[in-house]
Ligand binder design. Structure first.
Ligand SMILES: [Zn+2]
Length: 256
């Protein structure tokens, strides 16, 4: 079994989200973690989770690219979701993204810091989205009183970045289709991460792995990333499935 630790199959790109979940299950993806994006994604995400409670888990948080002038009221509404009966396995996805827009950099830092504290308060891990924001992410993480566990999702950094992150805490690294791209140097970073701190993810509907590159991604395609990682690390595909599943189960406390 494979766990897709980061997938947004509930987004409107999927005309039938349940069909996408079922194709994933058919491909051996026994479990999927859905991270939230903003206020508009909560309802479709929870609806899809309720249809497949054993095969999916949900994380709650505000994505950094969705931080705007109304961030305080949005954040309050997102935090109130933790009072519902729904069980969230992580706070996410949260972080810093300065690739698209640097306007809200200070607000992104504050929103990230608050959500890191939510995780520490609740004993949950964080799912970190970091795009051109590693300095800020590490600065916030090293300034909080209690550091939660977590994963750097869609990791695309260097060996030096892995070392900088590890100097702050013992984090996992989410590897997706980027690793299969011809021009990606990520394959050289996998040995530094090591299979014991590695997750497989798709970030569907984005970043489809080769041979689906450029198309809409879905969780079923994770098998290509798994095969690629096995090849680079000289492990059997079964070992990669088993170890990354155990890693995900351990961080997110999944009942698999
Ligand atoms: Zn995402």
């Amino acid at each position: 079994m494979i766990v897709d630790t980061h997938t947004h199959l509930y987004l409107p790109e999927f005309e039938s989200p349940s069909a996408a979940v079922e194709r994933a299950i058919g491909a051996g993806v026994g479990h999927m973690v859905f991270p939230n994006v903003d206020l508009s994604t909560i309802e479709p995400m929870l609806a899809l989770h309720k249809l497949y409670p054993d095969n999916t888990s949900v994380a709650m948080g505000l994505h950094p690219t969705e931080v705007g002038d109304d961030w305080e009221s949005v954040l309050a509404r997102i935090e109130s979701e933790f009072d519902s009966t729904c069980k969230f396995v992580a706070v996410g996805e949260i972080g810093i993204d300065l690739y698209w827009d640097k306007t809200y950099r200070l607000q992104q830092r504050e929103v990230f810091r608050r959500q890191v504290n939510w995780a520490a308060d609740r004993g949950l891990p964080v799912i970190i989205h970091c795009r051109e924001g590693l300095d800020d992410v590490l600065d916030v993480l090293s300034s909080v009183e209690r550091l939660p566990t977590g994963v750097f999702h869609s990791f695309g950094g260097s060996v030096a970045d892995v070392e900088r992150i590890r100097s702050i805490g013992d984090f996992y690294f989410g590897i997706n289709g980027i690793v299969t791209f011809k021009n990606s140097s990520l394959r050289d970073v996998l040995p530094a991460i090591g299979i014991d701190r590695l997750f497989l993810e798709t970030d569907s509907p984005y970043l489809a792995p080769v041979p689906h590159r450029g198309k809409r991604n879905e969780s079923a395609f994770i098998v290509h990333t798994a095969a690629y990682v096995a090849n680079v690390l000289c492990l059997s595909q079964q070992d990669v499935h088993d170890i990354t599943t155990a890693n995900a189960s351990s961080l997110f406390n999944l009942e698999l």
